[in-house]
Design a protein around this ligand. Structure first.
Ligand SMILES: [Zn+2]
Length: 128
């Protein structure tokens, strides 16, 4: 959309932008990460929308509090869900099974491929 929106989005992304990972089998972890990314994007967009809306109202000196409250509630819901997914991801990492032999990134139990470099995690294939 815009440079500012891009910055807002990237602020939520903790992982390095590699983009070279091969298609990994869908794991609960991968789904959580995808959900987190989608939520981070949604929160960024809602934040952007709310800011723009507030600005429009400010320059007209006419605030529709009901509209702002509704948008803020939407943002709050998405933000709360994002926080919950982050907590789940953090909890998953605490119960990690080990580290990738190639790049050292931690991986959770049952992960077949390293999320960072895409190497096969042969050790964890046995406990599936
Ligand atoms: Zn790796």
């Amino acid at each position: 959309m815009s440079a500012l929106t891009d910055r807002l989005r990237h602020r939520h992304r903790a992982e390095p932008a590699g983009g070279s990972a091969p298609p990994a089998p869908p794991t609960a972890h991968a789904e959580l990460r995808a959900r987190r990314d989608a939520l981070a994007e949604e929160v960024a967009e809602l934040t952007w929308d709310l800011g723009g809306l507030t600005y429009e109202m400010a320059i007209r000196d006419h605030f529709r509090l009901d509209v702002l409250t509704r948008r803020a509630a939407e943002l709050q819901r998405a933000d709360a869900e994002l926080a919950e997914v982050d907590r789940l991801l953090a909890a998953e990492q605490r119960s990690e099974a080990g580290s990738c032999a190639a790049c050292g990134a931690p991986h959770s139990r049952g992960a077949a491929f390293c999320w960072q470099c895409g190497s096969a995690l042969l050790v964890s294939l046995s406990d599936n």
